[in-house]
Design a protein around this ligand. Sequence first.
Ligand code: UDP
Length: 241
Amino acid sequence: MKRYNRVLLKLSGESLMGAQQYGIDTNRLSDYARDIRAAVEMGTQVSIVIGGGNIFRGLKGATQGFDRVKGDQMGMLATVINSLALSSALSAVGVKNRVLTAIRMEPIGEFYTKWKAIEHLEAGEVVILSAGTGNPFFTTDTGSSLRGIELEADVMLKGTRVDGIYTADPEKDPTATKYDRITYDEIYRQGLKVMDLTATTMCMENDLPIVVFDMDTPGNLLRVLRGEPIGTYVSNSLSEQ
Ligand code: UDP
């Protein structure tokens, strides 16, 4: 019934905007919280990394004259804001959860260590891993790969607005077709924009598979966890899937 025991779910900051241009759509947040509750109820250990692109991105800030390191720190703080919002939405639907931070900032969250995170996961709590890697020049996709590998997750689930990886951008090219499965090698060869190169390389080198799927359709998270063939499964070898 359940394919994975421990997962790392990556949600982009932008997806939290819902139909808005900026900030947090509380309806979207509640949908996510209910889907995550269903995942926990089926016995899955769920850790989550959220981006901050709905509030601030360091790279964009740098083009507007912000110092890159300060801009990235602002971006990391944006992920903490989103994490607190998700934590609150999860508590509202009765899901026990913890916010851990990659940068020390008690009492907003506990300072992250692998062992603390695993202890909470094993106690059945959702763990929200905020502030990315804690370092500038990284993204939350890289933060997700890093935490997924550290926490020995079975898979990283990259919840997006599209339903998988396509041969080209489906919003621009109507002939684009979806991959059901693909290898990391092929992603490099085709130059497909799935995650940044640092994140992709970390997953490849440490053998962490990912599933790219449409998180905005309620129930999809559960479908992925049951092993239903939705989204695109990425791994080092097609035979292991
Ligand atoms: N960020 C960072 N280090 C990290 C993770 C994130 O400096 O380890 C900063 C960076 O400026 C990034 C911003 O936080 O642009 C928000 O994260 P991201 O762009 O990954 O969010 P998403 O695109 O998933 O919404």
